[in-house]
Design a binder for this molecule. Structure first.
Ligand code: F7E
Length: 320
C-alpha cells in the first residue's frame, strides 16, 4: 500500500485530495498546525475524517517537518499548507512568507536529507503571473507578483525548480488558477457571493458588500483540480503545469449568474465597499492549460456556470 502525506489537509484542496487518494487505495497522513484543536470540518463533510492519520506540523519549523516525515514515511508528499488568502496576505505579510516560502523550503530540505526518492507536489498559484494583460499565461510566462501572497508563492515555485535541478528531486508545482467548491470558506469571494445570494433569496434584507467586481478570473471546480495534482506526481519526470479551465469571465458575471440562479436581480442586492478593494489586485487572470491537457490528459469538465450552479445547490441544501 502506498503512503501519501498531505500537508494542510484541513483546507478545501486537502480534503478533496485526501478523498481521491483514499479512493485510490493510499494510506493517507494529513497535517494541520495543531491537529488536536483543528475541527477538520471539511474532512467531516466528506465523511473521511476517521480514515486519515492526523498529525500536527508547523511547516516553518524544520524540526516538526522532519518529525512528521519520519513518522509517516510517505512515498508522495503534497504541500498544500500555508496561508492561502491573497487579501489576508496584505495584513500578514511575514506569516504569509514564512508559512509558504520557508515551509516549502523545509519540506524540500527534509526530503533531500532523508533521501529515498520521495515525490513532492507543491501548490503553486496563478497569482504569481500578476497582470499579464489579456494574454493567456502558460508555463513560460514570467512571474510579476502583485501581493505578499504571490511573492511568497513565486519564491516557493523557484525553490521547487531549484531542488529539482540541483539535487535531482522529483519535485513539481501546479500553477493553479482559482478553483472553488462548497468547501470554500466565505473569506473567498465565490462562497461569499453564493452564501449571500441564498440568504437574500430566503428573505434576508442585508445587501452583499463587495470590492472590485470588474476583475476577471478563470474559475474552475476544485474536486477536478486535485486529480491534476495526482497526475503530476504519477508522471515519469517532474514538471510544472498550469491548471485552469481556459475560460475567463468577470466577477460581475459570476455575481449576476449566482443571483439569477436564486431568482434575483443582483443589481438590487449588491453594493460596492471601497474598503474591500486590495492595495494591488490583478485585473485579468487568463490561462492556457494546453500542456496539462497534452501531457497529463487533464481537462476541466466544469465550466464557471457549473461551478456557480453546484455551489448554489449545496448552499440551498444547507439552508433548507
Ligand atoms: C489563484 C488564487 O485564487 C484565490 O485567490 P484570489 O483570486 O485572491 O481569491 P478571492 O476569492 O479572495 O478573490 C478573487 C477576486 O475577487 C475580488 N473581490 C471583490 N470583492 C471581494 C470580496 O468581498 N472578497 C474577496 N475575497 N474578494 C473580492 C478580489 O479583489 C479578487 O480580485 C486563492 O485560492 C489563492 O490561494 C490563489 O492561489
Amino acid at each position: 500500500m502506498k503512503t501519501a502525506l498531505i500537508c494542510g489537509v484541513s483546507g478545501q484542496d486537502g480534503a478533496y485530495l485526501a478523498q481521491l487518494l483514499l479512493d485510490r487505495g493510499y494510506q493517507v497522513y494529513g497535517t494541520s498546525r495543531d491537529a488536536q484543536i483543528s475541527t477538520f470540518r471539511n474532512l467531516e463533510r466528506l465523511g473521511i475524517r476517521d480514515r486519515i492519520h492526523l498529525l500536527s506540523m508547523a511547516p516553518s519549523d524544520f524540526r516538526s517537518v522532519l518529525q512528521v516525515l519520519t513518522k509517516a514515511q510517505p512515498q508522495e508528499i503534497y504541500n498544500l499548507a500555508g496561508q492561502s488568502s491573497v487579501g489576508l496576505s496584505f495584513d500578514q505579510p511575514v506569516e504569509t512568507l514564512e508559512s509558504i516560502a520557508t515551509g516549502t523550503l523545509n519540506l524540500l530540505e527534509a526530503i533531500r536529507f532523508l533521501g529515498g526518492g520521495i515525490k513532492f507536489y507543491n501548490a503553486g498559484s496563478s497569482e504569481c503571473f500578476g497582470d499579464a494583460g489579456h494574454a493567456a499565461a502558460d508555463e513560460t510566462t514570467p512571474f510579476r507578483p502583485r501581493s505578499p501572497y504571490a511573492v511568497a508563492k513565486a519564491a516557493a515555485f523557484w525553490e521547487v525548480a531549484n531542488y529539482r535541478e540541483a539535487y535531482g528531486l522529483f519535485a513539481c508545482s501546479g500553477i493553479l488558477f482559482n478553483h472553488e467548491s462548497p468547501l470554500r470558506p466565505q473569506r473567498f469571494v465565490t462562497q461569499k457571493i453564493i452564501a449571500a445570494a441564498c440568504r437574500i433569496a430566503q428573505g434576508e434584507a442585508t445587501p452583499l458588500e463587495l470590492g472590485n467586481i470588474s476583475v476577471q478570473r478563470d474559475w474552475g471546480w476544485a474536486p477536478e483540480y486535485v486529480e491534476a495534482m495526482y497526475r503530476m506526481v504519477q508522471q515519469p519526470e517532474a514538471d510544472d503545469y498550469v491548471i485552469a479551465t481556459g475560460v475567463t469571465i468577470s466577477l460581475e458575471d459570476f455575481v449576476a449568474h449566482a443571483f439569477t440562479c436564486v431568482g434575483l436581480n443582483w443589481q438590487d442586492h449588491v453594493i460596492s465597499d471601497p474598503t474591500l478593494f486590495r492595495p494591488t489586485d490583478i485585473a485579468v487572470g487568463r490561462a492556457n492549460p494546453a500542456k496539462a491537457q497534452r501531457q497529463l490528459g487533464w481537462e476541466a469538465q466544469y465550466q464557471w456556470t457549473d461551478v456557480v450552479r453546484s455551489m448554489v445547490e449545496v448552499q440551498q441544501g444547507l439552508q433548507a
